[in-house]
Design a protein around this ligand. Structure first.
Ligand SMILES: [Zn+2]
Ligand SMILES: [Zn+2]
Length: 106
């Protein structure tokens, strides 16, 4: 019998350049939707992509260095700010273990 999935939002996580929403259907299927921020369509999205300032007192090998503040911004944020096309990746996992993935670029 054909079943029409009815997705219920169970989780929403905001990252710097994308947000992830997870949905569940009563049949046990799970859908997750990872959408990169569309700066052209939503100028407010840039608010999430501001660099973070972190106090650095260790170098990458864990050695102590004079504490200083560094601007940290992730690689993909930079790409999107430079005009890269945001992608939406939708991944569904069904109860029988099969998956279905859609990658969508605007
Ligand atoms: Zn279903
Ligand atoms: Zn980012």
């Amino acid at each position: 019998m054909a079943h029409t999935h009815r997705w219920t939002l169970v989780l929403h996580l905001d990252g710097c350049h994308s947000s992830t929403s997870s949905y569940e259907c009563s049949c046990g299927a799970v859908l997750s939707d990872n959408a990169e921020r569309d700066l052209a369509g939503d100028p407010w999205a840039a608010l999430w992509m501001e660099p973070v300032y972190e106090t650095i007192d260790r170098d990458e090998r864990g050695h102590y260095v004079k504490p200083h503040v560094e601007e940290v911004i992730c690689f993909r944020c930079r790409e999107l700010q430079a005009g890269a096309t945001p992608r939406t990746i939708r991944l569904a996992t069904f109860e029988d273990g099969s998956t279905w993935e859609v990658v969508d670029s605007r």
